[in-house]
Design a protein around this ligand. Structure first.
Ligand SMILES: NC(=O)c1ccc[n+]([C@@H]2O[C@H](COP(=O)([O-])OP(=O)(O)OC[C@H]3O[C@@H](n4cnc5c(N)ncnc54)[C@H](OP(=O)(O)O)[C@@H]3O)[C@@H](O)[C@H]2O)c1
Length: 347
């Protein structure tokens, strides 16, 4: 099968120069695994971080890529089951599915076929085509975890930082379906799209900190969803939050975490900071700090929150499984300027 892979670990910011299109042997599903003929995959910022060994800024997870064991990136997948391993009961060959792959092991979906555990996929919702399903697998699960962490969002004023990104555009739609009042933060060029998705007000962060732009502080923000990260944004968020409010971050104290290698100590001190903030803010009067994310897919809640409500992911770019197009798309994703998701059309 053809696959985009790496055979050595790139330095941060160098993945685009390391990816190769190779003919690799067809993977065989093991116990409780399925093989998927990939129709669509996605390029996420975290695919880049995993491949470059900078997950959470400094964690090099999984085996090092080598000539004998190439690493195939790509967490999201949508496609057709092509083979099932021993013990798989609930799924069968020919079913259309979407879900996530085991990228930590380097068995990703930037390939014609991929292997994953059967519980990492679900039947593809009919209302989404393969591209849309691939766009919503991991990002949809993250949005579910953020909305759950915020508890009750109905009629609450929710500020989404990074509202125009791959996760942000889904988050705004999920909040709209939950009847939240949404304020988005992005740059001027994306104001219209965020408004169309359901935001009542959009703040352009290039004009200065959003806390300075929000004049009507008598109407404070109930929940901030942070999809960009960094202590500066956190300070800004706490300045606009009501004392009973909640700060929900999926990134933490380092802005664009993963684009620099901060080492294992740096990553551990970020975790310590997050743990301390979660504890400290709970023991005092004032807004709570919550870090959340999704390690496994939450298909049932994706269904309730996004599928049933008719939400559709925004697609930034479509690329094919060629070295040139994937390489350019990696550069686009690492620029932090994408509007929605970047999709790899394989099948
Ligand atoms: N915790 C978890 O489980 C988990 C899982 C997945 C991802 N993540 C993290 O979530 C973050 C977001 O991922 P994503 O895929 O949504 O990112 P993305 O698609 O790359 O986000 C790009 C968008 O962010 C906006 N943006 C960039 N800088 C901004 C700023 N300073 N203020 C406001 N908006 C800004 C950009 O808008 P403009 O072009 O208008 O500037 C652009 O539309 C990443 O850091 C990723 O590592 C966490």
């Amino acid at each position: 099968m053809k696959a985009i892979c790496i055979t050595s670990r790139p330095s941060p910011g160098e993945l685009d120069k390391f990816v190769e299109l190779k003919d690799l042997s067809m993977p065989e599903p093991g116990k409780n695994e399925i093989r998927i003929k990939v129709i669509a995959s996605a390029i996420n910022i975290d695919d880049v971080h995993l491949a470059e060994g900078t997950m959470f800024g400094g964690l090099s997870l999984g085996p090092k890529p080598s000539q004998s064991k190439p690493y195939i990136p790509g967490i999201d997948v949508a496609g057709i089951i092509d083979a099932v391993g021993q013990g798989v009961q609930s799924l069968k060959v020919g079913q259309e599915v979407y879900g996530i792959c085991n990228t930590i092991k380097g068995q990703g979906s930037w390939a014609e076929y991929c292997i994953t555990k059967s519980n990492n996929v679900a039947v593809k919702p009919k209302v989404w085509n393969f591209r849309e399903a691939a766009a919503c697998a991991s990002s949809g699960s993250v949005v579910v975890s953020m909305v759950k962490a915020a508890k009750n969002v109905a009629n609450k004023k929710c500020l989404v930082i990074g509202a125009s990104g791959g996760i942000g555009t889904l988050c705004v739609q999920a909040l709209k379906q939950k009847k939240a009042r949404i304020w988005g933060v992005c740059s001027q060029r994306n104001v219209e799209i965020v408004q169309k998705l359901g935001a009542e007000r959009v703040i352009d962060y290039t004009k200065g900190p959003f806390s300075e732009q929000i004049q009507d502080l008598d109407e404070q923000v109930d929940i901030v969803f942070d999809l960009v990260g960094g202590k500066e944004l956190e300070r800004d968020a706490f300045a606009v939050l009501a004392s009973t409010g909640t700060f929900v971050t999926i990134v933490g104290p380092n802005k664009y975490v993963g684009e620099k290698n901060i080492g294992v100590i740096g990553a551990l001190s970020s975790f310590a900071y997050v743990g301390w903030r979660m504890l400290w803010t709970r023991t005092r009067t004032g807004p709570n700090y919550v870090f959340t994310g999704a390690a496994t897919p939450d298909f049932a809640n994706i269904n309730t929150l996004l599928v049933v409500s008719g939400s559709k992911p925004i697609i930034d770019t479509d690329v094919s499984l060629t070295r040139e197009e994937i390489s350019a798309a990696i550069n686009r994703v690492t620029s932090h300027r994408t509007v929605g998701k970047v999709i790899v059309n394989v099948g």
